[in-house]
Design a binder for this molecule. Structure first.
Ligand code: HEM
Length: 440
């Protein structure tokens, strides 16, 4: 394997692992806030218990997100020294401000975990709200560096030297808002569906007349309603992301859609496999004009094809599959959320059939796979650039040898951390079953 591939695999593995905890760490506080608000409104102790249990989950997740996030930071410097030179001079603001966001989250999470029962209802809500603001701000700030990679602004690179630095221009790079929006709403959606998954799974295991069943049924409905709402918002915002690519990274959109020739009335191809030899997407479902309409709100919109770019600057063509998968997940989960809500509130059925519960069980993992696909699509689809049209990944990679051993070492660390997380979750929640929990 060549040096760049091992470096990318190592960093990709790190991000693929970290993103699970980072996304849930953003999504869960929203669920805790909703549960707290429902408790204050209805005084139903089950909601208070949900907030309490989910807060414990959040604390465990944070315990993994912190070391895996630290590893990501260290690996950035180890693997991409050329890139970090620009980051250090141009876009270090988000990293610095993020420390305060993290403190805000950690401080108020501790207050809520240890002292919720001593706080007034208003202060309980304020505490969780501040946890949510801290967690969301962390995500927005860190992913802003990813946004900057797609639309690097606020500096010039002249003969390898960084000049004309404007940190705020770099901070508010053209992708800032659209990326922040997509990352945050997809994390909220994932947090909600993971809760729905666990609740549905528990409902399959316990007696329908038990207190636990009633508890999980309430949690399930909250998860489905919030998850469904945010999957709709993810889709709306994802449409903005695609229009943004059309404007700022057209070859990424062309690869996402398997479009080779520049054209108006461009079709959208769903599914299939992009075939370079025939310059077509094989076995896909082609919808005439739709890509032009989605990219520019009119069939007359000119969408640039891959052939307009040098071959060595094309993103890998498999990103079409990743993009399709992400969009499919979004669409499927809007439907799942809608079904869950309609079944209960409009059709007025008191119980979900077991096969429907199994679909809900799948919603959390599916959502998480959507996040993974989204990240791989966004980062792989930017290749060969680490800073779009400014610096190639190859030019930013470390020259140090022995990266293979580093890969294996981190693989071992993540396996250990994954097993430890599962064991801690099992240990805590088995020792604290709902039947033994009092009101928070
Ligand atoms: C439903 C329709 C969706 C559309 C049209 C859409 C569109 C996009 C686009 C165009 C990008 C690339 C942005 C870039 O490279 O700058 C992206 C990235 C991403 N997507 Fe989606 N997406 C959708 C659904 C989802 C879903 C359901 C999830 C998660 C479950 C998700 C998670 C992500 C993530 C984590 C990224 C990487 C961060 C970013 O660059 O914004 N997306 N999406």
């Amino acid at each position: 394997m060549d040096q760049i591939l091992i470096a990318r695999s190592t960093f990709g593995m790190t991000m693929g692992f970290h993103i699970i905890f980072a996304s849930l760490g953003v999504g869960l506080p929203l669920m805790i806030l909703i549960a707290e608000l429902l408790y204050q409104r209805t005084k139903d102790a089950d909601y208070s218990l949900m907030a309490k249990r989910w807060t414990k989950g959040q604390a465990i997740l944070l315990g993994i997100a912190i070391p895996s996030g630290t590893i990501s930071g260290v690996q950035l410097s180890l693997l991409w020294p050329g890139f970090m030179e620009v980051v250090g001079k141009v876009i270090s603001l988000p990293f610095q401000i993020e420390i305060f966001a993290f403190f805000l989250e950690a401080l108020f999470l501790s207050i809520y975990v240890y002292a919720a029962h001593r706080l007034s209802p208003q202060m309980r809500i304020v505490s969780v709200l501040l946890v949510l603001i801290g967690a969301t701000a962390s995500a927005v700030l860190i992913t802003n560096v990813h946004a900057f990679e797609g639309t690097p602004t606020g500096f010039h690179l002249v003969n390898g030297e960084v000049v004309d630095v404007d940190p705020w221009k770099a901070f508010f790079n053209p992708s800032f808002f659209v990326t922040a929006g997509h990352v945050v709403v997809s994390a909220y959606m994932t947090g909600a569906f993971v809760i729905a998954s666990i609740a549905a799974y528990k409902m399959l295991k316990v007696n329908k007349t038990s207190r636990e069943y009633a508890f999980h049924q309430k949690a399930l409905l909250v998860g489905l309603v919030i998850g469904g709402t945010f999957s709709l918002l993810t889709g709306i915002n994802g449409h903005d992301s695609a229009q943004h690519l059309h404007q700022y990274q057209p070859e990424k959109l062309a690869a996402a859609e398997g479009l080779f020739e520049t054209q108006t009335h461009a079709p959208l191809v769903i599914g299939g496999i992009t075939d370079e030899a025939t310059q077509q997407v094989k076995y896909g479902l082609e919808i005439p004009w739709l890509l032009s309409v989605l990219a520019g709100n009119t069939p007359n919109e000119m969408v640039v094809g891959l052939n307009d770019f040098p071959r060595d600057e094309w993103p890998p063509l498999f990103v079409h599959t990743l993009f399709n998968f992400m969009v499919l997940v979004g669409g499927a989960l809007i439907f799942v959320g809608f079904i869950g809500f309609a079944w209960k509130k409009w059709l007025k059925h008191s119980h979900y059939p077991r096969w429907v519960l199994w679909i809900f069980v799948l919603s959390g993992p599916l959502s998480m796979l959507g996040i993974e696909a989204g990240w791989i699509f966004a980062c792989t689809g930017r290749q060969p650039w680490i800073l779009y049209r400014v610096m190639k990944t190859a030019d930013a990679t470390t020259q140090s040898q022995g990266l293979g051993a580093l890969f294996l070492l981190f693989l071992g660390i993540y396996l250990f951390m994954a097993i430890a997380t599962i064991l801690v979750f099992r240990y805590y929640f088995r020792r604290h079953p709902i039947s033994l929990e009092g009101e928070a």
